[in-house]
Design a protein around this ligand. Structure first.
Ligand code: AMP
Ligand code: MG
Length: 432
């Protein structure tokens, strides 16, 4: 093949994404302490072994009584009951409620046998917390100033989760509430898809690792750090391998440390320049499936496998590397983590400044989405050169212009990928 001959063919963003994801599966499940499982995807069905709550209990601080004893009671004509016991939370009931008696009970304490309703302190002559009482409070007695139905202020055993039912299905993301449900069921550990380990390599004779001093003609390696941050943000474990020289030999040696990773990401060296060696290494040592995607920024992009490990060769320009990561690496990571939804949330917004397009490539424009009087508005954040990383720091979205679109004018509507919104933050449709 001639160098830069486009032998694998340039393809569209969606086709590239589809081809890449077809070969990616969730990683094996590992038993993990529940707090470390935060943000990961459940890889087992959680069936409740017990009722939650485990026993019928009081929802209020007050008196456990029999509803039948309260007929006709009011603040002016209270019912007088004999208090036969105290029921603090954390202990089995001490005694039972029989006609004409009450047990003083705290929130969360088991409902004593015989009781069928709980009257809160506010409806009794409980000192300082209760209704004003005309008569002096007799020792060992309580006046109840309300009539109420059975099972008021009572929490049933199993009203949250019934023993034998599915508390959490496999595939759900573990958020703080799910962590709490696991703990309430006595689970200290849980099976989740493990974090992908992502090897990251920068390429280029001009690229100097952070901490080194660039000589004339050299620049610092920013891509390794941007990409490591993206990997960590999306649930991967970055394994930075440093900077490889622009030779097949050095790149091959550097990549040797990546062969047990779950994904390899390189940046630079994937275009049609004299020193672009990534494709050569991939061809010689592995397989290359995709080269060049019809998008801007970032046309140069290679995808293949090295020793069976998925390999994504991103462009060197910092913005192109970032955008290509969002479009291709992020869905790989999410699929490996077991996520069902791989798309980043988008919003439809009204364009408030012209956005030119040309060249027939899908254009991802660094843009700022704001809340306008009639819904979301969007405008580009300045120079769109693929090395202008600061335009990305001012952006919160990527405005998408399809390849066949000549550009957008003020008032047009556009889809914007929201860069800093995550899985699970979408607002579900009403019928979901
Ligand atoms: P390349 O794709 O290797 O031709 O690189 C394209 C542009 O991105 C060149 O200007 C490189 O100097 C720059 N570049 C490549 N790698 C990095 C990196 N790791 N950090 C910052 N800029 C880079
Ligand atoms: Mg280079």
């Amino acid at each position: 093949m001639t160098s830069g001959g486009g032998d694998e063919g340039m393809i569209d963003v969606d086709a590239a994404r589809g081809a890449i994801l077809a070969g990616i599966a969730p990683l094996p499940a590992v038993e993990t302490p529940i707090l470390d499982a935060l943000g990961l995807i459940l890889a087992e069905e959680i069936v409740a072994a017990e009722d939650i709550p485990p026993f019928r209990n009081s929802a209020m601080d007050g008196y456990a009584v029999r509803a039948a004893d309260l007929a006709g009671a009011s603040h002016t004509t209270p019912t007088r009951l004999r208090v036969v016991a105290e029921g603090p939370a954390g202990y089995a009931p001490r005694g039972a409620v029989t006609p004409g008696t009450a047990i003083r009970i705290m929130t969360g304490a088991p409902l004593p046998p015989g009781a069928d309703t709980v009257v809160r302190f506010e409806e009794t002559d409980e000192p300082t917390r209760g209704m004003a009482s005309s008569s002096a409070r007799a020792p060992g007695e309580v006046c109840i100033g309300i009539a109420q139905d059975r099972w008021v202020n009572v929490r049933e055993a199993g009203e949250d989760i019934r023993a034998g039912t599915t508390a959490l299905p496999p595939g759900v993301p573990l958020r703080p509430a799910e962590i709490g449900v696991l703990a309430s069921l006595g689970r200290a550990t849980v099976r989740v898809h493990r974090h992908p380990v992502v090897a990251i390599v920068s390429t280029g004779d001009e690229v100097v690792a952070l901490g080194g001093t660039p000589r004339p003609g050299q620049i610092r390696d920013s891509n390794s750090h941007t990409l490591a941050a993206l990997v960590r943000r999306y649930g991967g474990i970055p394994r930075p391998l440093g900077v490889a020289r622009d030779t097949v030999a050095d790149l091959t040696t550097t990549l040797a440390a990546a062969r047990d990773a779950d994904l390899i990401i390189s940046s630079g060296g994937v275009s049609v320049g004299d020193y672009d060696m990534v494709k050569d290494v991939l061809r010689a040592e592995g397989q290359i499936a995709i080269w060049q995607v019809r998008m801007k920024p970032g046309k140069p992009l290679a995808y293949g496998r090295l020793d069976g490990v998925p390999f994504l060769g991103l462009p060197g320009n910092p913005v192109a590397a970032y955008v290509s990561f969002e479009l291709f690496a992020r869905p790989i990571l999410l699929r490996q983590l077991g996520h069902a939804t791989l798309d980043k949330p988008t919003v439809r917004a009204r364009v408030t400044a012209p956005v030119p397009n040309g060249g027939g490539r899908h254009h991802f424009v660094r843009a700022l989405v704001t809340a306008g009087p009639n819904g979301p508005e969007v405008r580009p954040t300045g120079d769109q050169g693929s090395g202008i990383l600061t335009a990305l720091t001012r952006a919160n979205g990527l405005l998408v212009i399809p390849g066949d679109n000549e550009g957008l004018g003020v008032g047009d509507m556009a889809d914007v990928i929201l860069l800093h919104r995550e899985q699970g933050s979408e607002i579900p449709r009403a019928n979901q």
